[in-house]
Ligand binder design. Structure first.
Ligand code: SF4
Ligand code: SF4
Length: 237
């Protein structure tokens, strides 16, 4: 349920600069309006604490706590329908240098204080088995509910570019961050291999590819070849 099981720890002084350089809209339209009608709560899925719990590293939390009232440390009771067992599991899975957060909700979002985890959703930097940051892959747990994942062609060029630049900067000073994404990419390869599926990739060169999880061979494809999921799959029939 946690969206961002990564362990990153950039210096506090760089956070505002990282935020400023990673502010382009994900899509030209408000994608929250596309997914929210499919969520019983009426909220965009990634901003609904019952669907996804944001995580931030502790340096980031110190910055946010000092500069905004948008966030509080997650208590585990924010989602009234949430199961207690799930809360305990989430806390246990959170790396020690990170903590889970909850915000005031989408109606009271403060855009300039969105965490890095908000800005990168639904993507993470894909790292190959030979340690190359190749581009953007998505968090597959959200395939069926995130409209953007079903409409990858709608992601703006500016967003893709800022995503790559931000993570290049992050990796320049945090080997730990790179290693975390390396591990997460490995998990994605295992997951897709078990399903006999290829991984959709928004390559840092601006093109779309399907990547074979076993060989990591890339096939350049038109974006129309990338499949929709969930309600978008129904609509595409
Ligand atoms: S990123 Fe996905 S889940 Fe979040 S608002 Fe957009 S479509 Fe909805
Ligand atoms: S801070 Fe804004 S973008 Fe991030 S989860 Fe909260 S409402 Fe969504």
């Amino acid at each position: 349920m946690s969206r961002f099981p990564f362990s990153i720890n950039p210096p506090l002084a760089d956070l505002r600069s990282l935020y400023n350089g990673f502010d382009a809209p994900l899509t030209a339209l408000d994608c929250g309006q596309k997914c929210a009608p499919h969520n019983p709560s009426g909220k965009p899925f990634c901003c609904d604490i019952c669907q996804a719990v944001p995580a931030a590293y502790r340096e980031e939390w110190r910055y946010l706590r000092a500069n905004t009232d948008l966030w509080h440390a997650w208590r585990g009771d924010e989602c009234v329908s949430g199961a207690k067992d799930e809360s305990i599991k989430l806390q246990a899975e959170t790396p020690k240098n990170m903590l889970l957060l909850a915000c005031l909700g989408p109606a009271r979002c403060q855009r300039s204080f969105r965490a890095l985890s908000c800005r990168q959703f639904p993507f993470f930097p894909y790292v190959t088995s030979d340690y190359r940051f190749l581009g953007l892959a998505y968090d597959w747990e959200f395939e069926k509910i995130c409209w953007v994942i079903s409409n990858l062609g709608m992601v703006t060029e500016a967003y893709r570019q800022q995503f790559v630049e931000t993570h290049d900067r992050l990796f320049a000073f945090s080997q730990e961050a790179f290693d975390s994404y390396y591990t997460h990419s490995e998990r994605m390869r295992e997951h897709f291999a078990s399903l006999r599926r290829r991984i959709p990739l928004l390559h840092r060169n601006g093109n779309f590819y399907l990547l074979s999880p076993a060989s990591e061979r890339l096939e350049k494809v038109p974006v129309e070849r990338l499949p929709p999921f969930g309600p978008d799959k129904e609509n595409s029939r």
